[in-house]
Write a protein that binds this ligand. Structure first.
Ligand code: ZN
Length: 229
């Protein structure tokens, strides 16, 4: 059946922030400055086409230039503190407060990215931010630890649609039975799924979601499903 959360156009807000101890416009680890033009271009040229194709047109991702905070908002706490105390939830609250103060009606958006420079262990010893991104499963909010690209932003968006990770059923060495009961589930192990650990590179491997995930999101119509008895 239809699901308003997983179908239709999703209006996106991108909140750009820096920190008292780490100022300046956020940039990706490969050196792209996260200007409104960069962010909207990446969404419009890579992420939106991916979701259009992978959902058979059932959902759309919309990011307008006006929906990227026009200024880089200054978080109230040092990046080192957020990172070392693993203050993920507090970052969300602080960012939403800043965006509201800057005139953005955060409640009017379907999905929200918080983007900032990578503040992982390479920058701060004992940083707890060992991840490239986080997305709330079935929620609206995503944290991007520098890596605003199709692989990471596309994956975190998948979480917001309600998906968890695409796993691999790892069978014992020597077994030729792909559903060997002696196997076990390896998280992220599906290399051919955006929710797994594959390259998810737009040009070489789109890494669509697997059919079970697509069906759960109501992106596969009933004519695409055959019930096996
Ligand atoms: Zn994930």
């Amino acid at each position: 059946g239809a699901s308003s959360w997983t179908e239709g156009t999703k209006d996106v807000l991108v909140i750009r922030v820096d920190f008292p101890d780490l100022t300046g416009t956020p940039a990706t680890p490969t050196g792209s400055t996260m200007t409104p033009a960069f962010l909207t271009g990446l969404v419009q040229n890579e992420i939106a086409p991916f979701y259009d194709e992978a959902s058979y047109g059932k959902t759309a991702i919309s990011l307008l230039t006006a929906d990227v905070t026009s200024t880089v908002l200054r978080m109230p706490t040092n990046a080192q503190t957020y990172a070392q105390t693993n203050a993920v939830a507090q970052m969300r609250l602080d960012a939403l407060t800043l965006a509201e103060g800057a005139g953005y009606n955060t409640g009017s958006y379907d999905r929200i990215f918080l983007v900032f420079k990578n503040i992982g262990p390479d920058r701060y010893a004992s940083s707890q931010f060992t991840w490239a991104g986080i997305g709330l499963v079935g929620g609206e909010f995503m944290w991007i630890n520098g890596y605003f690209d199709l692989r990471v932003a596309g994956h975190e968006l998948g979480h917001t649609y309600g998906l968890r990770h695409a796993n691999l059923w790892q069978i014992p060495g020597g077994s030729s039975n792909p559903v060997d009961l002696a196997g076990s589930s390896t998280e992220y192990g599906d290399r051919f799924d955006m929710m797994g650990d594959g390259p998810s590179d737009a040009a070489t491997q789109p890494d669509w979601f697997n059919p079970w995930f697509m069906s759960r999101l109501d992106w596969l119509g009933s004519p695409s499903i055959q019930t096996v008895t």
